[in-house]
Design a binder for this molecule. Structure first.
Ligand SMILES: [Zn+2]
Length: 141
């Protein structure tokens, strides 16, 4: 599906840049994960797919199917949608949280993703702190 990937590259790069800029590290197209997520942030358990609206059947204007050769496109695109669904299901089973960012909502999607990651980061930072620093002895006891 190199044509599909090629279409996504520009969006994918924009997302990568934003996520990287915020200080998060990720692996790209991790082959050991279902669907080879575009970005996988192991530390946070978040897998990200950057989807082109047409190829992945988004319910927006760009995701509209062609009216000519209808059968051909229906079969082809439904296969993509089903594959996405299956990959999401498998990833969730493995404990990953799946984030899909659509081509038509890159900025909104990137913002949401960064907010989610920052939230998780904060929680991760808070947890070990409580364990590593025992409470001071109670005064007067
Ligand atoms: Zn869309």
């Amino acid at each position: 599906m190199s044509a599909v990937k090629g279409k996504n590259t520009r969006i994918e790069l924009a997302i990568r840049k934003t996520v990287h800029h915020e200080g998060f590290r990720y692996s790209l197209h991790n082959k050991s994960l279902p669907g080879k997520p575009d970005l996988a942030l192991k530390k946070y358990g978040v897998a990200v797919f950057v989807n082109g609206c047409f190829w992945h059947g988004h319910s927006c204007r760009k995701g509209k199917r062609p009216t000519s050769n209808k059968n051909f496109w229906d079969v082809k695109l439904e296969r993509n949608v089903k594959r996405d669904r299956d990959n999401t299901k498998q990833l969730k089973k493995l404990g990953w949280e799946v984030v899909t960012i659509w081509e038509c909502e890159i900025e909104k999607g990137a913002r949401k993703l960064v907010r989610k990651l920052n939230h998780k980061k904060k929680r991760l930072q808070e947890l070990p702190k409580q364990d590593n620093h025992p409470k001071p002895e109670k005064l007067g006891s």
